[in-house]
Structures are given as structure tokens and as C-alpha cells.
Design a protein around this ligand. Sequence first.
Ligand code: NDP
Length: 464
Amino acid sequence: METKTETFKAKASNGTPQASSSHVEKFMEIIIAKNPGEPEFHQAVHEVAETIIPYQEQHPEFQKAKILERIAEPERVIMFRVPWIDDNGEYQVNRGFRIQMNSALGPYKGGLRFHPTVYLGILKFLAFEQVFKNSLTTLPMGGGKGGSDFDPKGKSDMEVMRFCQSFMTELCRHIDANTDVPAGDIGVGGRELGYLFGQYKRIRNEFTGVLTGKSLEWGGSLIRPEATGYGCVYFMDEMLKTKGKSLKGATAVISGSGNVAQYAAEKVIQMGGKVLTLSDSEGFIYDKDGIDVKKLAWVMELKNIKRGRIKEYAEKFSADFYAGKTPWGVKCDVALPCATQNELGEKDAEVLVSNGCAAVAEGANMPCTPEAMHVFLKSGTLYAPGKASNAGGVAVSGLEMSQNSMRLSWSREEVDERLRNIMKNIHSTCVKYGQDEKGINYVKGANIGGFMKIARAMIAQGHV
Ligand code: NDP
């Protein structure tokens, strides 16, 4: 896994023509100089630049308006101190962030991540990706991201509450339902969102849709917890259909065991597939009999309530546990990386391809390294970048915002149907813009499809 101290290695990875390739490298030199020490941000921008720079060269109106340069510069970065007191009465100090990246299409929208690895470069990469993702959903949402280097793991509920209250005491000055609407991400689930919402309401004296992913009883949407995982599997299903295949009887390797992984597993099972693996930061479990509905319910309780480790699954169900390893060596028909960035490297991709894996859909944000992406694109393996395949979460967040504005709640079936249609439409957009000599290049399709709408809006709105 890459860390922020490693240098980003720019490398043409999706068939960029020679002349454009040197323009990409020049563009990246400026990005790297302006944003030093942020390799994840460089990586995300480079992946988009490889497609968009050649595309802009055929569309001088976008080039002239310097759209890509403008998209790569956050509209606003907010960084703040988060002091709180732990259970021993001692002061703790964390750093909080909100990146308000782009508001051309609507209020800033994107999750909050609480994890010790959080720093500016991680959140800028996530905010940048979010701008394209939100555009692809076709809902009126700009892009943003935020969070803190606070680690909820091992903290008591009261410590998490005190931290969240302190974090929101500052953040509430910068957000509201029409300006910026955060949601959850790694380390920010139902518990954290509850404490954050409670503090916002208390300070602002407003009950509004300022956060999404809220609990059902107080303004949440049905299907929001499931949306990212379900959406990713709906997208995978659309990809497989292009090859006359389906998930019925397919074996699936999934990483992570958090929100996205849990509901990706649930949907794979519902669609007739067999889930072989789940993981966390300590390693992965391999269950050759498949993780069925009952075992998955046990995992959900383990992770969401007891806050335990995935290795406990191996003890409970006599499965194998591989400490410190990722699951990509397990033979499978489809792979769904749903844990974190850069968790699947070049060697892992080679093993997946040689084991006959037909399709990879990213549930996490940027889980595949550029080298791994290159392996998939070269081999003709169906490969969907997260900005397309994990857009279901933010899409249902957008639907939560609509329901909050109307003060109405849609049924489970209605939200699920809308989610499914949104994922189908994103797939169609990728097909429309992503055709190349090897078939559908979902990276190109998602980048151009997302970019077009933002570019037009930015030109229409003038020098913003
Ligand atoms: P959770 O916190 O619920 O789960 C994260 C999972 O990934 C856990 O199993 C965690 O293990 C593992 N993980 C986290 N960091 C690392 C690491 N450095 N190395 C190995 N494993 C790690 O988060 P989500 O499921 O919500 O998010 C997962 C991914 O999906 C992220 O990339 C997120 O940005 C992306 N995403 C999430 C959306 C959502 O709606 N929640 C929407 C779109 C994308 P452990 O418990 O040991 O840390």
C-alpha cells in the first residue's frame, strides 16, 4: 500500500496518444509542484488527465476555459483544530478538514472520513473524484470531502461523541443544506452521523438535511446504508451483461468488511453469486463454502455493533484467516475491492487476470493502483473505476436530500428502483464515451461522461 511519503510515479496507463502524453506530463508537473507531498491527489488527477487532456485537445472551448486546471484546484479548503477530552480527562487534539472542491452542479457533497491516515492529500483526492462521480449520477450535486485524523477504533462511545461534537462545532459554520452536505465514509457510520447531526441542530437551531446517511427515524432515506454496495453490484451486473454473463453462480472476492463490503456481499448473494472472502486491516478470511445470509448477518453484528475483527469469523465458521494479506490471490469470477485506496497492486491484478477473473468493480475509492488498472485495461478484463461503480452511495444521498426538501419519505422499493436506474444510466454513459479498440474502457467513459457536464456548467457560470 502506498503511503504519503512515497513519490507518485506518473505513467501513461490507458492508451494516451504520444503528443497528448507529453501534455499530460507537463500538466502533472504543475499539479505536483502546486500540491507537494500529496501522492494520492497526484494519482487521482493523473488518471483523469490522461483521458481529459486528449479529449480537451479536440474541444478547444474546454481547453481555452482551462476547465481541468480549474477542477484540480479546490474552491475552498477549510482546516481546523478539533480539541476534545478523553475518558481519562486528558486533552486530545486532532485536525479537521473540509475540502469544498466544486459547486458547478450543486451544493458540495461528499463524505467525512475519520481515520489516522487522513491528511490533506487523501481528502483532496477523494474530493476530486467526488466531483466526477456526482456529475455522473446526473443529480444536482457538486463535490467535496472532509474528515479528520481521529481514529474511532478503540474509543468509547462517549469519546466518539465528544470528538464529533467538537468537530461539528467548527464545521457547522461552513455547511448547510444548500451549501455543503457531508455524509459518512471510512470511520463515519450511523453512530458518528448521529452525534454530528445532534450538535449541528443544537448550535444552528435548525432541523434540516445538512447531513445524509441519517437514521431513518430522523430524516434518513431507506436504502442509504445499502446503496454503495448494492449500486456497485448493480453496476457489475450491467458490465457482465455486455459479455452475456451474469452473477448467477459466479464466485466473488470482496475486500473490506465495512459498510460498502457488507452490502456488496449481500447483493452478490441475492443475485445468486457466492462470496468467498472479506477482509479488514489485519487480514482476510476465505470461506470456500461461501459467506451466506446467516454468516453475513453475523459479520454485520460483529463489525457494526461489537466492533470486532474479521479473524473472529474464521474461528466461528472454521474458515481460513490470512493475517496481513489481501484476498486477490483467491481464484474468482469477479472481484470487488471495497476497503481503501491502493489496496490492489500490479501483481495482484496479474494474479486475478491469470486466474480468469472476468470483471472488477471498485466499491472503494481508487483501490486499484495505476499499474493494476493498466493490467486490467491491457488484458481486456472488464474494469470499472470507483467514480462510476461506487456512485450509488452518493446517488441515494442525493435522493435523501430530495426527500428532506419535500419532507417526504419514499418506499424501499422506490429508492431501490431509482438507485438501479441511476447505476444503469451511469453504465450507459460509460459505454457512450468509453468505446475504444479493446471494447468499453470504463475509465475513459466515466472521466469524459463526468467531465462534460461540469465543463459546460463552469463555462456557463463564467469565471468561477
Ligand atoms: P468502513 O469504515 O465502513 O469500512 C472500511 C473497511 O475497509 C473496513 O473493513 C476497514 O478495516 C478496511 N480498511 C480501512 N482502511 C484500511 C487500510 N488502510 N488497510 C486495510 N483495510 C482498511 O468504510 P466504508 O465501507 O464506508 O468505505 C470503504 C471504501 O468505500 C472507502 O474507500 C470509501 O471512501 C468508499 N466509499 C464509501 C461510500 C459509503 O457510502 N460509505 C461511498 C463511496 C465510496 P478496519 O476496520 O480494520 O480498519
